[in-house]
Design a protein around this ligand. Structure first.
Ligand code: ADP
Ligand code: MG
Length: 681
């Protein structure tokens, strides 16, 4: 009997060379090999009479060889071996290309199982290069659901399948059971041995589904428990507790009263800050739900305790806006706000940095890069990362290293379902702002084609004549290869020259210099421009309450959640606001997505829809999304299992005694091993 961690060289047919090829797939031990799961399966389990074979549908059949195989040498490099087979329903021609050795293996008048695909032409029906086995032999390649493994050069599927089978027989008994019986019973899961056997050699498709379910659950469960333990260990990092100032003082300084959800989030943050451990918290709330004031409260508590807070924004425009807004809010409360951005002059930066190092500033607002790079803080106690859905676990960890374990507050405007938030931000505690400030009107949203261009232009003009402002978002900056895409530069020019010569049209895109960008944004915010033609640089955070119309060109080129973010740039003031989506795309799926946006203003609902339609990979786009790769499970398809695993993980972690029980030790060891490597890299 072999050991799980014996080398694959233990197996028959695996020598030094093959062991090397296995190693290139990350397979060193027998355990690695049996954990190398099939990519897909071929159904070779159904056996049909020859007469019932269908063209182009692979199938198994049982037949006698009714003619002596003959090999014809057609030309150099092309040999054809032909023979006929028959069962009681029909005869059939078989052809093998360059496989004359089959002549030696197929004997006249013996019976075999074949697997192949029927093809028909003017010569009649035939099967080319079928797989076959004598009926007396066990079915390894026929009469079964055949696993298909991810391959590499030098390892063909049959070899992997045979090796896996050998390995299973040799060491299956020793397979550690990571999910104790009580847990398996509770969630209807099969045991590990059954799961491993059936994932490689499923007795039926039900057995395969059972095996997959168990393994997916296991994978999600391990991941969830691991993240919870990580969160708990971070949370246990001690830190001097802040004294909580009287929150009434803060609220009295606000121009509005807090929503219930804001008050709850602030309460959770205050509890963290005064709790004596490091805070790691994610505040998640829809566009316009008022996250800034929640961040402000955290900064205020920190300043009151003699610490500094840093607010990191994803763009300079946003940093600038935050600095202004927070200065207005917190200045009267005695919090000194400083700005630090790349476009400041060297002298300005020097002054700002001196103020930060000399503790003459309590809240420092800047871009991610500037704050995380060369800045020295006198006493950095709190880091706030705004609009951070593009920020992975690794970056957060790097940040925590900086400074003396500052508290961390992440603000995300992409409302995502709790299950996914737990995967993406599983190392953070979660606060949700699920309520908008009162009086918000919904933004009427329309999906239109080019035939409505003139009407929309008239509508733009009307908004401006009523004293409001308009955003127009284009998917491209400059005229480029893709002519079907509207570019901000060219469109701004066209609008100014030909459509609205009497209105003030401005341009904003990512290739402009920082100073230019800021100037353009500031002028728009001051109401000196009527129409701002922009790229998605305005996607996050920008706040100009007088803007009431958002027009999006080539709307089909954007993700739903991104469109929702863009739409969130309007409807920030008292006036009724609108969003117009231009698209000439007629694809039904695309239209369905865009119409979902017209139906609702609820970001949570939209992200659910987006996820259902596109799956999390696309949902987070090409941005660094930090989603882990799962071996068996799919975040798209196995949501329910994910949810169950997360529930089970929460129960497990919060239990006093379970983690200490002997039957859970294999699981705990596995988690320690997995998360140790994750931490180390
Ligand atoms: P978010 O960052 O969540 O998108 P902001 O913090 O920018 O939202 O807030 C959006 C707008 O709502 C701002 O103009 C802000 O002043 C206002 N606001 C925030 N909270 C309230 C509230 N409780 N009542 C009224 N207005 C609020
Ligand atoms: Mg914001």
């Amino acid at each position: 009997m072999a050991q799980l961690f014996d080398s694959v060289r233990y197996l028959k047919g695996v020598g030094e060379a093959r062991a090397k090829t296995f190693a290139s797939l990350g397979i060193h031990t027998l355990y690695d090999l049996i954990s190398y799961f099939p990519r897909t399966y071929e159904d070779r389990s159904r056996i049909l009479p020859i007469a019932e074979l269908q063209v182009d549908e692979p199938a198994c059949f049982r037949a006698f060889v009714t003619s002596q195989p003959r090999t014809h040498h057609i030309r150099k490099g092309l040999d054809l071996t032909k023979l006929t087979v028959a069962d009681e329903t029909a005869r059939l021609n078989l052809t093998f290309f360059n496989q004359s050795y089959v002549a030696d293996n197929l004997e006249y008048s013996r019976e075999y199982y074949f697997y192949g695909t029927l093809n028909g032409d003017y010569m009649g029906y035939q099967i080319t290069n079928p797989i076959f086995e004598p009926v007396e032999k066990p079915g390894l390649l026929t009469r079964r659901i055949m696993p298909i493994y991810p391959l590499t050069a030098g390892l063909h599927n049959n070899l992997i399948s045979r090796s896996v089978q050998q390995a299973l027989e040799a060491c299956l008994e020793e397979l550690p059971e990571l999910l104790p019986e009580a847990l398996r019973t509770q969630y209807g899961l099969c045991d590990a041995v059954t799961a491993y056997r059936n994932i490689h050699a499923p007795a039926s498709f039900e057995a395969l589904a059972q095996a997959r379910h168990r393994l997916i659950f296991e994978e999600f469960f391990i991941f969830s428990v691991g993240l919870s333990l990580l969160r708990a260990s971070r949370g246990r990092k001690r830190r001097e507790a802040f004294a909580l100032p009287d929150q009434a003082e803060f609220e009295a300084a606000l121009p509005f009263s807090l929503t219930g959800a804001q008050r709850r989030a602030i309460g959770e943050i205050a509890a963290d800050l005064s709790g004596g451990s490091v805070m790691n918290r994610l505040v998640q709330g829809d566009v316009g739900s008022g996250k800034t004031v929640v961040a402000a409260a955290a900064a205020w508590i920190t300043a009151k305790n003699g610490g500094q807070a840093a607010l990191m924004a994803p763009t300079e425009i946003l940093a600038e806006q935050h600095a202004q807004g927070l200065e207005k809010l917190l200045g009267p409360l005695g919090v000194r706000v400083a700005l630090l951005t790349g476009s400041m002059t060297p002298a300005q930066k020097k002054t700002a940095r001196a103020a930060i190092a000399g503790h003459e500033a309590d809240l420092i607002v800047g871009t991610h890069a500037l704050i995380s790079e060369a800045t020295d803080f006198a006493r950095l106690d709190l880091v706030i990362a705004d609009e951070q859905h593009r920020f992975g676990v690794a970056q957060r960890a790097a940040l925590a290293e900086k400074g003396d374990d500052p508290h961390l507050l992440v603000m995300s405007a992409t409302p995502i379902p709790r299950t996914l938030a737990l995967i993406l931000y599983g190392d953070l505690d979660l606060s949700v702002i699920d309520e908008l400030p009162p009086g918000r009107q919904s933004i009427d949203t329309f999906l239109v084609g080019e035939d409505k261009r003139a009407r929309i232009n008239a509508f733009i003009r009307r908004q401006v004549s009523e004293g409001h402002q308009v955003y127009i978002v284009c998917p491209a900056i400059e005229e480029g290869e893709d002519e079907s895409l509207r570019s901000a530069e060219a469109w701004a020019e066209t609008l100014q020259m030909a459509v609205f010569p009497d209105l003030r049209v401005a341009l904003l895109h990512g290739k402009m210099k920082s100073a230019q960008k800021e100037a353009a944004m500031a002028a728009f915010a001051r109401g000196e421009q009527d129409i701002l033609v922009a790229t998605t640089v305005i996607e996050v955070g920008v706040d100009v309450p007088n803007a009431t119309l958002m027009v999006i060109e080539n709307a089909d080129r954007f993700g739903l959640s991104q469109l929702h973010q863009l739409r969130g740039r309007v409807g920030r003031g008292a006036a009724k606001s609108y969003c117009v989506l231009f698209s000439s795309n007629r694809n039904p799926e695309t239209l369905k997505r865009l119409r979902a946006l017209c139906k609702t203003n609820d970001g949570f609902e939209i992200s659910r829809e987006d996820l259902a339609l596109r799956g999390p990979g696309d949902f987070f786009g090409t941005r660094q999304h930090g989603l882990p790769a799962f071996k068996v499970g799919s975040l798209e398809l196995d949501m329910q299992t994910l949810q169950d695993a997360q529930t089970a993980a929460a129960d497990f972690v919060s239990s006093e005694e379970l983690p200490g029980r002997p039957e859970y030790q294999p699981l705990m060891e596995r988690i320690r091993a997995l998360f140790a490597t994750a931490e180390g890299t």
